[in-house]
Design a protein around this ligand. Structure first.
Ligand SMILES: NC(=O)c1ccc[n+]([C@@H]2O[C@H](COP(=O)([O-])OP(=O)(O)OC[C@H]3O[C@@H](n4cnc5c(N)ncnc54)[C@H](O)[C@@H]3O)[C@@H](O)[C@H]2O)c1
Length: 330
């Protein structure tokens, strides 16, 4: 059994807590949140301990792994403590808001032999896994363009958005990991543009709620990613990969598969109004299996860093309204 200490009992923390409790090879030992009431509610339901001070978690000798699902600007410090304690860690994306802090963590990690997995759960959605495999098998020939539409069901609260790093670091970063992973190539250039169209009062200063990013790859392939913080018809996550031999297209499944044919029209299930729980559970399972078998975890800390380098370049591009070249390997 892998006994977890979970940091953060908010939206993501609750999904992870449920998944740890449900996993046959894992158990939830501790939940720590600076919001004690949130931690206690979750701990009471799932039977975990709920220390009052963070230090109690680091001092406990029965923690096998750490899961960091707290507010983004707390990740780097918690991750550093977990690495120093020698605990394999699942860290939610992004690694931190500040790229210099991320880079310092990556450097420090090289001194330890500790697995760090970054929570890019979309890699574990079955349609994206199949898409990657089919592309590697040559199903679309040479990749020429990728088109992504990614719209959240509803905007998060302003308090969350203010500590999220903005749309490009917080949401677009998923695709800065996913696209290079799917097409096996890292971009050379990024151009980002954005607007506040949904609710300007719910957008932190300098941020946007709607964005389009264009990635250019060294092969010449192009990728557009369209992000929005809300979609009234539910969570819309679609990818199209077009190549010299054809097209692969994924689309979100309706939340229920029944189609109702009536006198006045055809009624079909809509898209989900919540995160895909399947990909969270699959990502956790991949972490547990890799750590349990001594295999390398993926997505790794380095993968998280690479995705954030693209996000930083996108933030700069949005600011100056020009394409930004991506530096090669740090
Ligand atoms: N992989 C995904 O698809 C996905 C989805 C949602 C959120 N996330 C990530 O998960 C993280 C949390 O997001 P959320 O939506 O759950 O936010 P949230 O605001 O709902 O929850 C964050 C929780 O962290 C707690 N917290 C703050 N500082 C802390 C500290 N020092 N120690 C312990 N707990 C602390 C807060 O009190 C809060 O309960 C973010 O980094 C976000 O990017 C990832």
């Amino acid at each position: 059994m892998m006994r977890f200490a979970l940091f953060g009992a908010g939206r993501a923390g609750t999904i992870h807590a449920n998944n740890i409790a449900a996993h046959p090879a894992a158990e939830l030992g501790y939940i720590f949140d600076v919001d004690q009431a949130a931690a206690q509610r979750l701990a009471a339901r799932l039977g975990a301990r709920c220390p009052q001070r963070q230090e109690e978690v680091w001092q406990a000798d029965d923690v096998d792994a750490v899961l960091i699902a707290s507010t983004t600007d707390t990740h780097a410090d918690l991750l550093r403590k977990a690495m120093r304690a020698g605990k394999p860690t699942y860290c939610e994306k992004p690694i931190d808001l500040d790229i210099d802090k991320v880079s310092a963590v990556v450097v420090e990690a090289s001194a330890y032999d500790v697995s760090v997995f970054v929570g890019f759960r979309r890699r574990f959605a079955s349609e994206f896994q199949q898409m990657r495999r089919r592309i590697q098998e040559g199903a679309v020939g040479r990749v020429e363009s990728v088109r992504i539409v990614a719209r959240d069901f509803e905007p998060a609260a302003l308090a969350y958005l203010e500590r999220s790093g903005g749309l490009l670091r917080d949401k677009m970063v998923h695709y800065f990991d996913l696209v290079p992973w799917i097409v096996s190539e890292r971009p050379a250039e990024v151009y980002a543009t954005g607007s506040c169209l949904i609710d300007p009062a719910n957008v932190p200063a300098g941020d946007v709620d709607t964005a389009v990013v264009l990635l250019r790859f060294p092969s010449g392939a192009l990728c557009t990613i369209e992000n929005a913080r809300r979609s009234v018809y539910g969570c819309d996550d679609r990818i199209e990969v077009f190549g010299s031999e054809g097209l692969l297209q994924s689309s979100p499944a309706p939340s229920h598969p029944l189609v109702h044919f009536t006198r006045t029209g055809i009624v079909q299930g809509g898209f989900s109004q919540s995160y895909s729980e399947e990909s969270f559970a699959n990502a956790l399972d991949a972490f547990i299996r890799a750590v349990g078998s001594g295999a390398a975890v993926s997505p790794s800390l380095q993968d998280g860093y690479h995705a954030q380098l693209i996000a930083e370049a996108a933030v700069e591009s949005l600011r100056i309204n020009r394409p930004v070249q991506l530096q090669r390997e740090p």
